[in-house]
Design a protein. Sequence first.
Length: 116
Amino acid sequence: QVRLMESGGGLVQPGGSLRLSCAASGSIFKINAMGWYRQAPGKQRELVAKITIGVRTEYVDSVKGRFTISRDNAKNTVYLQMNSLKPEDTAVYYCNVDEYYAGPLWGQGTQVTVSS
């Protein structure tokens, strides 16, 4: 069984920064892609950023230049550095990890609120 533990959400003023972390633990053989999604009230969950095992990244257009995704394979952890945060970034952020045997797994979600 693979477990995901997210941390790093919170309340921040517009223009501020937050760093999200998602650590995988348990019966891990190999982790392929890792990513972050978000879901705002009344909206569908959307992909924010994704990083492959080959460290290729992709971002939704609205966060390009502001967010950076990275991973530490030794720690089975994915990070999302969020800078220049805007009120429209307010959402619950979920990590998604594709483990070789377990398949795609979701974290429990962490709330990010950008407000003055």
